[in-house]
Design a protein around this ligand. Structure first.
Ligand code: NAD
Ligand code: ZN
Length: 681
């Protein structure tokens, strides 16, 4: 390939990667590969400027604006950062700085490079007015509503010193613990897992529904302050001030007087960064004094007064001893590598994720091979390659099972999915186990006293096969049961035994679970793709299990946020005869199969914005009908007489205390006729 062709190819490829990364929050290649290709393109363009294309990704910030959000122009452009993976280049950067400042003294501020999404946060008179993405650097997407869901971000800054207009910049991110929580939840309801915290954060910020965004607890570390006129002399001062004003400033920054100190900071954080609550991918080094920053200036794409040092993902090499196959709740089979224990980023690694059979093929890995293990943004390390120089006669092919490792049912592969599945949903022990774990969780039936091995023991003893069996457990059946568990990794044993006290706890929890609301029951029964929120929406809309059970695909599509995939899954679930029996048994056990609140259909807008309370009995309505009428016309029912109450509806034989309180507080009281007039006004 000649240089012109290579330049064209790299330009196209990198443009595509940028598009996927910034628009669709997908990494087609890892960052290191991306950066190396960009470096290659940049070098070729320098050598052959005549072939450099105007749309080259070397000239500009990678993102663009999208159609879904309003476009906002940045008051100060949002640039990228030059980056390097080598200390030698860092020294070159320092030399350029020295030259640029004509020998004047200078300090650096080192910060962690947080791996999330750059945000511009504009404040007007101390109030958060706008949150905008970086976009193409000149203009970005207005995602204010989503940014407002970040709890650590002050919506109002109470300080006398703040200028009327200022902008704070920071990195919006998904904390690792939150990322893990979301993935556990997704796995539980059979959704594909999110690939990494940075892409998950980026995808979340681009959602249209800020209610859904709020459920993912995003966070933001701020690292830059801009105003006109400037009110600080140094970056350090601005960090201290932002912290004092209530912004979330990561305490990890440090002032360094020389490039040697910078290097020491880099070394120090190479492994320590894994203790932080978020993914990081390097260190950002900035000149501290603002006048010196101005003196050094900018290129078209990045400041000359700062650079990012990126860590190569930490890698170790070790031997692949064996592969185990785990079966999840939905039957998906995941291969897990069992490794000869090796130290990586300060922890001993024994296992690594292999994702699926495609991944094993892609890596070409064999048993007893020496493999490279890397720790990236995720918590579980992954195998990234094979050290072929160490391949020996002992290496043997990994034979992917054709049968479920737990129940020997032949595995199947669903179209378009990377995983093999065990189709024996009802009899496969790990699937059963996971189904119970799903059923007992707090947000489902809340019977967590059954955790920690008890479920496994009950399955083993043949006492439970379906969650409905739980409600047939008795004191006699449970008392005295015992099982010893051995941890495969440490060899330590643990005994679970059911004595009087724990049996009582279990039975009480089971009894109490019968009061869990209908939406929790709906979540607990484990329909694929039906998470908490969807269960709530379904419960609200249909009101009871019979309406839902008989709902058609079309009817289901009428539920807010329910699409084809969920509708299909619900219909299929209720069509299954065993599931019908399951639901009947739960109903007989006394679980809630209807909401207290009957879903109401909107009839009018006459009561919108008004609040009501009623007392006594009425000629034309039962209490429930009255409540429905109020809600159907957009009104709200309050729990008691308060300042917020607009009307007390008084019927026959009213309660004296409500009337008395309403009189005292001057709340208007209306009769049934007046209320009916209001409905139709
Ligand atoms: N894998 C892929 O397909 C792919 C595609 C495009 C880009 N990328 C990655 O993204 C990089 C380019 O992205 P970029 O232009 O945003 O550059 P960058 O991410 O390397 O550096 C700039 C960004 O760093 C962030 N940042 C984090 N901590 C900071 C701090 N303390 N101070 C200042 N800024 C901080 C800001 O968001 C800023 O916009 C590439 O180098 C590559 O690694 C990957
Ligand atoms: Zn199985």
């Amino acid at each position: 390939m000649n240089p012109q062709e290579r330049i064209a190819e790299l330009t196209d490829r990198l443009t595509l990667y940028n598009f996927q990364y910034y628009q669709n929050s997908i990494s087609e290649v890892d960052d290191f590969t991306f950066d190396k290709l960009l470096e290659e393109l940049s070098a070729l363009e320098k050598q052959y400027p005549e072939f450099s294309r105007p749309d080259s990704p070397t000239h500009r910030v990678g993102g663009t604006v999208s159609k879904e959000f309003a476009t906002v122009y940045h008051r100060f452009p949002m640039l990228s950062l030059g980056n390097t993976y080598s200390e030698a280049e860092l020294t070159e950067f320092d030399t350029r700085v020295q030259k640029g400042l004509n020998g004047a003294a200078y300090d650096y501020i080192c910060e962690l490079k947080f791996d999330g999404v750059a945000l511009s946060l504009a404040y007007e008179n101390g109030i958060l007015a706008r949150g905008v993405t970086r976009g193409d650097g000149t203009r970005g997407d207005d995602i204010t509503a989503n940014v407002r869901t970040i709890r650590t971000l002050p919506l109002k800054v109470n300080a006398s010193a703040v200028p009327p207009l200022f902008e704070v910049r920071g990195e919006g991110f998904l904390p690792l613990a939150e990322f893990e929580r979301i993935n556990r939840e997704r796995e539980d309801i059979g959704e594909p897992l999110l690939a990494n915290p940075r892409n998950a954060a980026s995808g979340t910020f681009k959602q249209q529904d800020s209610g859904a965004v709020a459920k993912r607890r995003l966070d933001c570390y701020v690292y830059s302050f801009l105003s006109e006129p400037e009110i600080f002399q140094t970056h350090e001062e601005s960090l201290v001030a932002m912290k004092a004003w209530g912004f979330n400033v990561s305490p990890t920054w440090r002032k360094c007087g020389s490039i040697q100190e910078v290097m020491a900071f880099i070394d120090e954080w190479e492994t320590k960064r894994y203790e932080l609550p978020l993914a990081t991918d390097g260190i950002v080094i900035k000149i501290n004094r603002f006048d010196q920053q101005r003196e050094l200036g900018f290129t078209a794409k990045s400041p000359r007064w700062a650079i990012a040092f990126k860590y190569k993902a930490l890698a170790a090499s070790t031997v692949l001893n064996s592969v185990s196959y785990q079966v999840g709740r939905t039957g998906a089979v995941t291969p897990v590598a069992n490794l000869k224990p090796v130290l990586l980023a300060g922890t001993v690694v024994r296992r690594a994720s292999l994702h699926n059979s495609n991944e094993i093929e892609r890596l070409g890995v064999m048993l007893n091979d020496t493999v490279f293990v890397e720790k990236g943004g995720e918590i579980i390390p992954k195998i990234t390659g094979v050290d072929l120089t160490k391949r020996s006669e002992a290496s043997e092919p990994i034979v992917y099972p054709t049968e479920c490792p737990a129940c020997q049912t032949p595995l199947v592969r669903k179209e378009g999915e990377a995983h093999f599945y065990c189709p024996n949903e009802k009899g496969c022990p790990p699937q059963l186990q996971a189904r119970f774990e799903h059923f007992i969780q707090r947000r489902a039936m809340n019977i967590e006293s059954l955790g920690e091995g008890k479920i496994e023991m009950l399955i083993d003893r043949g006492l439970i096969r379906s969650p409905a069996d739980l409600y047939e457990l008795t004191f006699e059946k449970l008392l005295g049961l015992e099982k010893t568990f051995t941890d495969i990794e440490t060899g330590k044993t643990r005994i679970v035994s059911l004595r009087e006290k724990s049996v009582e706890n279990i039975l009480t929890a089971l009894e109490r679970s019968k009061m869990q609301p209908f939406e929790s029951v709906l979540f607990a029964i484990g329909i694929r793709y039906v998470g908490n929120t969807t269960a709530e929406k379904l419960a609200d809309y249909f009101g009871n299990i019979d309406a839902l059970r008989t709902a058609s695909h079309e009817a289901l599509l009428g539920v807010p946020e329910v699409g084809d995939r969920i509708a299909q899954s619900v219909v299929a679930w209720f069509a299954d005869a065993d599931n019908q029996v399951f639901v009947e048994r739960l109903r007989l056990a006394g679980l809630q199969m209807a909401t207290d609140r009957v879903a109401v259909e909107r009839k009018g807008e006459t009561l919108v914005g008004k609040t009501f309370l009623y007392t006594g009995t009425f000629a034309n309505f039962s209490r429930e009908e009255l409540e429905n009428e109020i809600e159907a016309h957009g009104g709200r029912i309050l729990g008691g007489v308060s300042k917020k109450l607009n009307y007390l509806i008084v019927g026959e034989n009213p309660g004296p205390s409500k009337v008395e309180k309403a009189t005292k507080m001057g709340v208007p009281m209306i009769g049934e006729d007046e209320f009916m007039a209001m409905l139709s006004s």
